[in-house]
Design a binder for this molecule. Structure first.
Ligand SMILES: C[S@@+](CC[C@H](N)C(=O)[O-])C[C@H]1O[C@@H](n2cnc3c(N)ncnc32)[C@H](O)[C@@H]1O
Length: 419
């Protein structure tokens, strides 16, 4: 397996598993997965490479190539670096503008914009398939849920481009929007997971109800299923897919075989145990003083979390406008799953989006980094590798709920065993 945009290794933990008996960390493997190559680069200076440093501390010095993926692939093309053949590629990548303009000559393959990470994935897959058509039989990717709807001017275009690219490389695809809290995890986090398998002839309808995603993350039998035609040429997808469409045709679950996709809304059908924010909290005695909200700042926190409708003036244009937002629960409820952890969760400054809980003695406090690790399903202390607390929070805001690729991986492994 190769892990792209590896961060602090969420996919690898969920699939390969991890054991550190001294620390009491025992994450089971999802199946016969073994990550043999990884890449992680935080844009900016060397000082910004704290996620890669964490990855190295946990998986070994040579476990990750800590350079911009663009540069790494350029070096491969120039014959200056090797990249091993892999059976599977995984990675979480951002929702960006994936549009592509048709070039004069298409001989070199699709040329996406630099810095748009989907095009690095696409390039990586093509490198692997050029080496051997037996490489990268499976892919598992993660993105935000709005991937299925973006951009606002051409709803669904970006996802259609991704599907079109995967179809052109011979992949069939299952996708699912997963809210981890609906499957028993202690955090509400909605993400799109994309599973692709090459050279398979799936029955799309059967796959929608009994594929890897439906077995890993059970749903009720869908009532209404829609068909979406995916352009065979990614340039056509970019130019014309749902042009002017105000609603994306892609719903929370789907299967693409050839260039035809079936998609439907979902209702989860999970009946297992559930965990809440309160289940990951450390004992109060272990919480450093700086995490408690000072009395004189409580009002500021209440203001930021509260409902408001007020006149504001844009400082640069002088334009006056009315700003409105609803209230958020303050403090956060410990008997429900947390909200989504964002990269700005760290630091003591009051904020609308950081979590605050009330202690037994009535004091308010923010979450400590070990609790953020736990909310993402990493062992508590995973990111305690010499970074600041804000950097630990940043890494967790970027990461994924480890249990989700673990559940999906188990079903991929089942398919491999049964076939
Ligand atoms: C959504 S996060 C994925 C996090 C990961 N799944 C985890 O569990 O920690 C995307 C990652 O891509 C990295 N990244 C961004 N641009 C990159 C580039 N040009 N080359 C390599 N990695 C990049 C970011 O630093 C970030 O860690």
């Amino acid at each position: 397996m190769a892990e792209l945009f590896a961060g602090v290794g969420g996919f690898r933990l969920g699939l390969d598993g991890y054991v550190d008996a001294d620390r009491g960390w025992r994450l089971p493997a999802a199946g016969p997965f073994e990550t043999i190559w990884a890449n992680q680069w935080e844009p900016g200076s060397d000082r910004r490479q704290f996620a890669a440093r964490c990855y190295k501390m946990r998986f070994g010095d040579d476990s990750v190539v800590n350079e911009d993926i663009d540069l790494v692939l350029d070096e491969y093309d120039a014959g200056k670096r090797d990249i091993p053949s892999v059976d599977m590629v995984v990675g979480g990548f951002p929702c960006q503008d994936y549009s592509v303009a048709r070039p004069l000559s298409q001989a070199a393959g699709i040329e996406g914009k630099k810095g748009v990470l989907w095009w690095d994935i696409y390039r990586f897959l093509r490198i692997q398939l050029d080496k051997s058509q037996d490489n990268v039989r499976w892919c598992l990717f993660e993105n935000v849920d709005r991937l299925l709807k973006s951009p606002a001017k051409q709803r669904g275009r970006d996802f259609a481009i991704i599907l079109s690219c995967l179809a052109s490389l011979g992949y069939s695809v299952e996708w699912r929007v997963v809210n981890s809290a609906e499957y028993g995890f202690p955090q509400r986090r909605k993400r799109t997971y994309i599973f692709a398998e090459r050279n398979v002839s799936w029955d799309a309808r059967e796959r929608l109800c009994h594929g890897v995603m439906a077995r890993a993350l059970p749903i009720e039998v869908p009532q209404e299923v829609m068909t979406v035609q995916i352009p065979t040429d990614p340039y056509d997808a970019s130019e014309s897919f749902n042009r002017g469409g105000k609603v994306s045709p892609f719903m929370e679950a789907g299967v693409m075989v050839g260039n035809s996709a079936l998609t439907c809304r979902i209702e989860e059908a999970y009946h297992g145990p559930r965990r809440n924010l309160g289940d990951v909290l450390v004992p109060e005695d272990d919480v450093p003083q700086e995490y408690f909200v000072p009395e004189d700042q409580v009002g500021r926190w209440e203001y930021l979390k509260g409902a408001k409708s007020e006149e504001r003036v844009n400082k640069s244009t002088g334009f006056a406008y009315r700003y409105s937002e609803g209230s958020m629960s303050f403090p956060d409820s410990t008997d429900k799953p947390s909200r989504t952890i964002l990269t700005g969760e760290g630091g003591s400054g009051p904020s609308r989006f950081k979590h605050v809980v009330r202690c037994d003695d009535g004091r308010l406090r923010r979450l400590v980094p070990d609790e953020l690790d736990s909310l993402q399903g990493f062992p508590a202390g995973w990111t305690d590798t010499g970074m600041t607390d804000s950097q630990r929070a940043f890494c967790m805001g970027n990461a994924l709920v480890v249990g989700i690729p673990h559940l999906i991986g188990k079903e991929i492994a089942n398919d491999i065993e049964n076939n």
